[in-house]
Design a protein around this ligand. Structure first.
Ligand code: NAP
Length: 309
């Protein structure tokens, strides 16, 4: 199937283009970008022009930040194209619901992707946790914003989510692997005095059976980067680390070295998109977004030092 990619920025170059190019399902037929191009692929700077000129392109994958992505998704769906959304699926929950309703109306597929759910250890972690009693879960997502998000001013603007931009990846895994629903009970958000979004967040969740569930997100971590989830249960302790790519249970590693690479996430997303399109299905799960929205609603704000890149 012919696919167009819009927003030729960091994630498009790092993951989407290699995943499309190595997929048996997809042919990268057009790009839409104000600055970027892909060799030997027709380049547009305007989405409406691409939609008008390339009726053979049935699918559009949107790699823009969440705020500008909504208008692009709306235009693509209204033009009858199937749409794949980078995470988070929208800047607000209402925008996610609106896109889902629009996709149903126009009978096109819509896939709100959560790449971290495709990490190598996630499916086994989910299977292992099923039927066990959770006692404590510790979610730690600490990375250096200067290293992973250079020049991305949008992250600090309204709708940019700040540290929840990576933190929502952790929440996408947690909402997938936990057998019971949790909700935000308390949150503390540290917001730099010159930014609109938090640079760090600490969240306490309520669990239906009283398990302690806590998340710590921090964008100021230099040195060792931490993306890990530890689940202590009545039958042992599970650790998902490296963003879900590594899994150990009671200290024993469960995945081989090849399974532990990060590179499988995007090929698996594109394979799933191919299935959704061929079955005419929609996959929009806003559970991770809901926790972020709740943390923003309930969170206590603390103003911290200005962020200077
Ligand atoms: P990015 O490089 O800053 O932006 C991607 C592209 O979006 C830009 O190159 C630009 O495209 C377009 N864009 C930015 N602001 C725009 C605006 N106001 N109006 C129209 N287009 C705009 O960001 P990214 O890191 O690729 O992230 C994009 C999305 O992918 C985010 O939702 C992020 O959460 C998600 N994501 C990022 C990573 C990561 O490691 N960076 C990992 C997974 C998911 P053109 O210059 O091409 O027009």
């Amino acid at each position: 199937m012919k696919i167009a990619l819009m927003g030729i920025g960091k994630i498009a170059v790092d993951q989407h283009i290699p995943a499309i190019n190595t997929s048996p399902d997809w042919d990268l037929a057009a790009t839409v970008s104000r600055h970027g191009k892909v060799e030997e692929v027709e380049a547009f700077t305007d989405l409406e022009k691409m939609l008008a000129a390339r009726s053979d392109v049935r699918v559009v994958s949107l790699c823009l930040p969440p705020v500008p992505r909504f208008a692009a998704a709306t235009a693509a769906i209204q033009a009858g194209r199937h749409v794949m959304l980078e995470k988070p699926p929208g800047a607000t929950l209402s925008k996610c619901y609106a896109l889902e309703a629009l996709a149903r109306k126009h009978r096109v597929s819509l896939f709100a992707t959560w790449h971290s759910r495709e990490a190598a250890g996630v499916a086994e972690a989910k299977a292992w946790l099923a039927g066990k009693t959770l006692r404590k879960m510790t979610i730690t997502w600490k990375e250096d914003v200067r290293r992973w998000h250079p020049g991305q001013d949008w992250i600090w603007q309204p709708g940019g989510l700040g540290v929840f931009d990576p933190g929502i990846n952790a929440l996408s895994i947690v909402t997938d692997i936990l057998p019971d629903p949790i909700h935000v009970a308390r949150a503390v958000l540290e917001v730099p005095e010159n930014c609109q979004t938090p640079i760090a967040a600490s969240i306490e969740f309520a669990h239906p059976h009283g398990a302690e569930v806590h998340a710590d997100f921090d964008f100021r971590k230099t040195g060792e980067q931490i993306w890990s989830i530890t689940a202590e249960t009545d039958q042992g302790t599970l650790v998902l680390s490296e963003g879900g790519a590594q899994l150990s249970i009671d200290g024993t590693k469960r995945l081989s070295a090849t399974e532990q690479t990060l590179t499988g996430e995007y090929p698996r997303l594109y394979a799933r998109m191919a299935k959704l399109v061929s079955h005419g299905d929609i996959d929009v799960d806003v559970a991770p977004m809901r926790h972020v929205a709740d943390a923003f609603t309930l969170g206590q704000r603390i103003m911290v030092d200005a962020f200077v890149e």
